[in-house]
Design a binder for this molecule. Structure first.
Ligand SMILES: Cc1cc2nc3c(=O)[nH]c(=O)nc-3n(C[C@H](O)[C@H](O)[C@H](O)COP(=O)(O)OP(=O)(O)OC[C@H]3O[C@@H](n4cnc5c(N)ncnc54)[C@H](O)[C@@H]3O)c2cc1C
Ligand SMILES: *[C@@H]1O[C@H](CO)[C@@H](O)[C@H](O)[C@H]1NC(C)=O
Ligand SMILES: *[C@@H]1O[C@H](CO)[C@@H](O)[C@H](O)[C@H]1NC(C)=O
Ligand SMILES: *[C@@H]1O[C@H](CO)[C@@H](O)[C@H](O)[C@H]1NC(C)=O
Ligand SMILES: *[C@@H]1O[C@H](CO)[C@@H](O)[C@H](O)[C@H]1NC(C)=O
Ligand SMILES: *[C@@H]1O[C@H](CO)[C@@H](O)[C@H](O)[C@H]1NC(C)=O
Ligand SMILES: *[C@@H]1O[C@H](CO)[C@@H](O)[C@H](O)[C@H]1NC(C)=O
Ligand SMILES: *[C@@H]1O[C@H](CO)[C@@H](O)[C@H](O)[C@H]1NC(C)=O
Length: 628
């Protein structure tokens, strides 16, 4: 009897240790915060330009002072670089960031897609109207959410942490970027990571993890019922269940995400906030960089707007542009670095003729592959979810989206062994049907046909073609820095039709996977209704999907390559040290330098680029300290 009582007491104590203390007032606070913020987000008007930063007087710039380094953008990459540079106490580092620091709302992991995306934390970009794709969106404009704030797009992303395939990096290396092979960059991933094996059932390769870096990595818990089915069906098809960041990538795997006890670890929270008090580091928020100033090929300063005043900061060593795959090319173009003809059309003095803004590329995502089963997930009230979130760091508020697992596959179109060209991710419940809906702006007569049923027993599989070949661009709409740039993602446009063929393979794969025993046992049904826009074609045929993909395929929020890294200045903007070709002291460090569409999501890659960028700058200036 005594033993049992002691056992119960011990279990209780252990549980209390694992759980975090919170009060009823905390629950009240978060309930109010989430409810009022959600309400506000529903009527929020997205910005269509950056005029909120405009100068209130037409006077010459005020001198802001001298800094060794100016980092433009404190997003996924910029926050890491700024931390790294400020390791050196005698370097003065200024960070210019257009948005604000994150807050209690953004730290609730699930706020991103539901609330933050419809707030000032999103730039609010949409593409120029498309003619053949993105026809499912109002105005035929593909949505391009981009985070604005310390943390950048990691303030509103799904926090999925995947480093990419070793071959991604070995190909970068092979193509003229020494120092970027997998063996070179793995140590950077490792020193950044603080891994917690929160899901004991998920495979785990210790050699690929570290437990003392600044970036938390956890597995979302508890596992959803339908995710277990997804993993089982993969096994039935002969795929292994793996560690998503282990040695091999083909197979299915539970996701690892950047949360700390369930709270969002955007790059601001993980990397910059812990060092924000350093005396040699200044972070200017609510500040828009508008131009890099040059003396010949050397950058001498940066112009930026803050609260209606135009400032000029003098740069003694280097400018690091980390404004993201859309804003970095825009800022370079505004500063005279870009295609000569395009700059001349906008009467911008040409400093260096380079293919800035070209080669825009992204993964794709097929929407509307919605299914139902005869098993319902339990639904919790908001208060119950808040208690899970505050108490144990679990549950739906601790997840960006109800996605916990993914698979990577090599289709018959792939040419390289052990190098997947297709991702299938799995999302639970009908929430998926409207994830980002408000921002995405689906036409109602598309979402009706693809949304499936409103029930906790529904789920969606996203087919995500990787290594896409279609190329788009980012160009200036105007030489006015307050105007948003033109974005043309130009998806599904490659002349050989590779990208559509991959979409089709992806859809077939999803249909095969959901036809396995594990899914059959729960009476899985495909819920998409034939699109009237494609009624000329027999439902589910290749021709039908070709038509439907004009409406239901979007890019996957992973734009890259607009300031591509590589040795050839006709094709590439920066060299393997991230220095802009032909320019003495400007580097670009963010997703825009990624040379090719990768095998995985790209946020972790941005963190790695930040760490590596910091190392290279320190090497240039012969300093040997490291943390970021
Ligand atoms: C909805 C969504 C979901 C995603 N989900 C995932 C995911 O789960 N996993 C994953 O790996 N990837 C994901 N991604 C992609 C990933 O988050 C981004 O690729 C990554 O954050 C890009 O980092 P970056 O450093 O290139 O740019 P960003 O993080 O976008 O940072 C750029 C920063 O520069 C600032 N800035 C821009 N212009 C200026 C200027 N002129 N002056 C001053 N500041 C400026 C911006 O405000 C921003 O803070 C997602 C992206 C989105 C949008
Ligand atoms: C953030 O939340 C905590 C409770 O978790 C509260 O103490 C604090 O005041 C909140 N901050 C703001 C700015 O509201
Ligand atoms: C769409 O077609 C129109 C008319 O041909 C053309 O002017 C426009 O540039 C095209 N848009 C895109 C994004 O290609
Ligand atoms: C783990 O991270 C710490 C902190 O960044 C670092 O010092 C250490 O070298 C890392 N360990 C490995 C194996 O990379
Ligand atoms: C399904 O989604 C709708 C719309 O978002 C929501 O109102 C409803 O509560 C959801 N139902 C279930 C069972 O999750
Ligand atoms: C789907 O299954 C069919 C029938 O077994 C097979 O012919 C086809 O190759 C599979 N396709 C994919 C993409 O897995
Ligand atoms: C779900 O469907 C399967 C297959 O049709 C059936 O065997 C099972 O009893 C059903 N379960 C429930 C809870 O209805
Ligand atoms: C769908 O709605 C758009 C307007 O948003 C309209 O142009 C189009 O004809 C409609 N299509 C169908 C098939 O109803």
């Amino acid at each position: 009897m005594l033993k049992v009582t002691l056992g119960i007491l011990l279990c209780f104590l252990l549980f209390r240790l694992a759980a975090f203390a919170y009060t009823e007032e905390d629950v009240d606070y978060y309930e109010r915060l989430l409810k009022t913020s959600f309400k506000k987000s529903q009527t929020y008007q997205l910005h269509r330009s950056a005029t909120k930063y405009r100068a209130l007087r037409n006077s010459p710039p005020k001198v802001f002072g001298d800094y060794d380094f100016v980092v433009i953008g404190a997003g996924s990459t910029g926050a890491v670089i700024a931390r790294s540079l400020s390791d050196v106490p005698d370097w003065k580092v200024l960070v210019i960031e257009a948005g604000e620091w994150g807050n209690n709302l953004t730290s609730v992991t699930s706020s991103a897609y539901k609330i933050t995306v419809m707030s000032d934390y999103n730039w609010g970009y949409y593409s120029i109207p498309q003619n053949n794709t993105c026809l499912g969106f109002e105005g035929n404009r593909c949505p391009h959410p981009r985070g604005r704030g310390v943390g950048g797009s990691s303030l509103l992303n799904a926090l999925i942490y995947i480093r990419g395939n070793r071959k991604d990096f070995d190909i970068w290396c092979r193509d003229g970027n020494p120092g970027w092979c997998y063996k070179d960059i793995l140590p950077i991933y490792l020193r950044q990571e603080n891994y917690r094996h929160t899901d004991p059932e998920s495979p785990f390769e210790p050699a690929y993890h570290n437990y003392s870096g600044p970036l938390w990595v956890e597995q979302p818990m508890p596992r959803h019922f339908h995710h277990k089915i997804f993993l089982k069906a993969n096994e039935e098809m002969g795929y292994k269940i793996r560690d998503v960041n282990g040695i091999e990538q083909i197979g299915a795997m539970p996701f690892q995400v950047n949360t700390k006890k369930g709270t969002r670890q955007d790059s601001g929270t993980a990397f910059l906030k812990p060092v924000a008090q350093r005396k040699n580091l200044k972070v200017m928020t609510d500040s828009l960089a508008t131009k890099i100033l040059f003396d010949g090929k050397r950058a001498t300063g940066v112009l930026f707007l803050n609260k209606g005043i135009l400032y000029k900061v003098n740069v003694k060593k280097e400018v690091v542009v980390s404004a993201g795959a859309i804003n970095s090319p825009q800022l370079l173009l505004l500063s005279g670095i870009g295609p000569k003809k395009h700059l001349e059309e906008h009467n911008i003095e040409v400093i260096e003729d380079l293919p800035v803004g070209e080669s825009f590329s992204d993964h794709l995502q097929v929407h509307g592959l919605v299914f139902s089963s005869n098993v319902s997930e339990p639904i919790k009230t908001l208060r119950e979810s808040i208690k899970d979130f505050l108490g144990t760091g679990t549950g739906d508020l601790a997840e960006a989206v109800p996605t916990q697992a993914v698979g990577y596959y090599k289709t018959k179109l792939a040419k390289i062994d052990d190098y997947p060209d297709l991702e299938i991710s799995f999302q639970d419940t009908n929430e998926t049907a409207d994830a980002l809906t408000k921002y995405y702006n689906w036409k109602s007569n598309i979402s009706y046909y693809t949304a499936g049923i409103n029930a906790a027993s529904s789920f969606q599989l996203f087919a995500t073609p990787l290594h896409t070949k279609s190329l788009g661009y980012v160009r200036l709409r105007s030489s006015n820095p307050l105007e948003y740039p033109d974005i043309d993602p130009n998806i599904l446009s490659d002349p050989e039709g590779h990208d559509f063929d991959l979409v089709y393979e992806g859809i077939q794969f999803v249909l095969n996977l959901t036809n396995q025993e594990a899914f059959k046992k729960i009476n899985t049904k495909f819920e998409q209704k034939p699109l009237p826009q494609c009624s000329k074609f027999t439902f589910m045929t290749k021709d039908y999907w070709k038509c439907a993909s004009k409406f239901i395929v979007n890019h996957n929020n992973h734009p890259v390559s607009t300031c591509k890294m590589g040795p050839d200045r006709k094709k590439h903007v920066v060299d393997h040290t991230l220095k802009v070709h032909g320019i003495k002291n400007v580097r670009v460090a963010d997703a825009s330098v990624i040379p090719l569409s990768t095998s995985a999501h790209i946020n972790a890659i941005c963190y790695m680029i930040g760490g590596k960028g910091g190392d290279m700058i320190k090497r240039t200036w012969k300093k040997k300290l490291s943390s970021g």
